[in-house]
Design a protein around this ligand. Structure first.
Ligand code: DCT
Ligand code: MG
Length: 505
């Protein structure tokens, strides 16, 4: 055994020849915060690992000593994908889909470039590489495990711009086609580098191929670039960034000749809804993303309030945060309790009581309470405008900064200055469901939107069933299928279960 590797009770004092002095994490500026690297010591050894970690930190990469939840990229040398997976399992990390497993060749490429490079197929430690068969990729997102590791971001970003533009022009057919194609690309475990990589994949029509081909060859899409400079697109994008403004209002404002929000605000004759007024009032706060720490702080406030009145209530964070996203545009909650659904009054009451409490505490900046419309519903509906019939509340909460755990960032320094606004307006959605519909509500409110769309489409076309946020109806047997958990709903549909973080379609 060589001397350096021998575990010792004493710290190694002697400086290694050719090595830079150790650098502490804090002394290097992190330039690339979007990725967090962990380098595996296995088969590499302490010395080389230390050297590589310091090298990367000096170049502005964030490298963790320990395998924490924040890690996004795991780098290994002389290990197969299977070996890395086994090691991860030994470290109680079952969900390997949360990080990219990469060979040292990717790390070397990054060091040479002095910045993160996209991982290509050759860099990836393939776990089931040979079992990836393009022809078996389902056209339905609910049959694809799609994590947040998107290897094809440069394609899907361009697609999303095109999708938005089609949405603004209410051009449904190509809109849907690009949404589906983006979702397939997000699922792929490798980056598309040549057109042959698309062979056998579903949802890759001619128009979509043209865009992909151009991005492969030119590095960007001229169509997406044109959209970004389009006047209508730019104005719509601004208008819908205001809470309470949708396509209808955007269309109206655009036709009235407005192009910027300043122009809209300057017109004092314009009638704004209560929601839009709140949207303008808290515009900057609502535009900045909600962090996971802020979502957790909101979660405590929501639980505190709900449990004051319904101690046995289930209060579950849904939406993007349940799927493992680190940021969101709002925080979504589903509330239910074993008692709910029995006594209708109690069910309607809890949200009213929570709202009254928050009003008294001065936490409620805006709210719109929508009572349940379930009586009017019979069979699961496919109407787009009626997303579901639950009682719900769209609110803006005042989140005091001291409630947010900022131990992992630097935001706390500001707070000693006088006159600094010490709160942030946060969009919060609360949904209340009867207990027997909880699993369906949870599945529906967890998303992603594309996942939900495809789950319903799959139920209809492959199973002759109707699914919505309340129930699953079997049209052949003419019965409603009960479910206590999401797992049971997947089983009713004959689908393998997907964890929430695998629904980022
Ligand atoms: N949802 C849906 N169809 C809609 C609206 C919402 O299926 N028309 C579901 C999917 C996600 C969930 O409701 C919450 O909606 P959002 O908050 O809009 O989505 P999100 O995934 O939480 O995204 P974000 O991170 O931006 O909040
Ligand atoms: Mg959300």
């Amino acid at each position: 055994m060589d001397k350096i590797r021998t575990p010792s009770l004493f710290p190694q004092r002697k400086k290694q020849k050719g090595m830079h002095p150790p650098i502490s994490l804090s002394s290097c500026e992190v330039k690339f915060s979007e990725l967090v690297i962990f380098i595996m010591e296995r088969k590499m050894g302490v010395t080389r690992r230390t050297f590589l970690m310091e090298l990367a930190r000096r170049k502005g990469f964030r490298v963790e000593n320990e395998l924490s939840d924040s890690v996004t990229h795991i780098v290994a040398e002389n290990n197969s994908g299977a070996e890395v997976l086994e090691w991860l399992r030994g470290h109680k990390m079952r969900d390997s889909s949360r990080f990219e497993l990469l060979d040292i060749s990717w790390f070397t490429a990054c060091m040479e470039a002095g910045k993160p490079v996209n991982s290509e197929k050759k860099h990836r430690l393939m776990v089931k590489a040979s079992s990836f068969v393009a022809g078996t990729v389902s056209q339905y997102a609910c049959q694809r495990r799609t994590t947040l590791n998107n290897c094809n971001k440069k394609f899907t970003d361009a697609f999303e711009i095109l999708v938005e533009n089609y949405e603004f022009r209410e051009n449904e057919v190509p809109c849907l086609a690009f949404m589906r194609a983006a979702s397939v690309l997000k699922f792929l475990p490798f980056t598309i580098v040549r057109m042959e990589d698309l062979e056998g994949l579903p949802c890759m029509g001619g128009e979509i191929r043209n865009v992909i081909e151009e991005i492969i060859e030119e590095g960007e899409s001229s169509r997406a670039k044109d959209v970004l400079t389009d006047e209508r697109y730019q104005s719509f994008k601004l208008f819908i960034s205001v809470f309470g403004v949708g396509l209808k209002t955007s269309e109206k404002w655009y036709r009235m000749g407005f192009r910027t929000l300043e122009e809209v605000k300057a017109d004092k004759t314009l009638k704004l809804s209560r929601m839009q007024k709140a949207g303008f009032l808290y515009y900057e706060d609502l535009l900045s993303h909600v962090s996971k720490a802020e979502a957790d702080a909101v979660s405590l406030i929501v639980k505190d309030a709900v449990w004051t009145f319904l101690p046995d209530a289930l209060v579950t964070i849904t939406g993007g945060f349940r799927r493992g996203k680190k940021i969101g545009h709002d925080v979504d909650f589903l509330i239910s309790s074993p008692g709910l659904g029995q006594e209708e009054e109690e069910e309607e009451e809890v949200l009213h009581k929570v709202i009254d409490l928050w009003k008294k505490q001065g936490l409620l900046l805006y709210y719109d309470l929508i009572e349940s419309t379930f009586e009017q519903a019979k069979l699961p509906s496919r109407k787009v405008d009626a997303f579901d019939h639950f009682q719900k509340c769209f609110a803006i909460l005042k989140l005091h900064q001291q409630r947010v755990d900022t131990s992992s960032c630097d935001a706390s320094k500001e707070s000693d200055k006088a006159e600094v606004k010490d709160w942030k307006a946060i969009r919060v959605d609360l949904v209340v469901s009867p207990f027997e519909q909880y699993a369906y509500a949870l599945l529906g409110w967890t998303g992603s939107r594309q996942f939900e769309r495809d789950l319903r489409r799959y139920a209809t076309h492959e199973r002759k069933m109707m699914l919505d946020n309340h129930a699953l109806y079997d049209k052949t047997k003419r019965i409603f299928l009960k479910a206590k958990s999401e797992e049971e709903i997947f089983a009713h549909l004959g689908l393998d279960y997907l964890e929430p973080w695998e629904r980022n379609a």
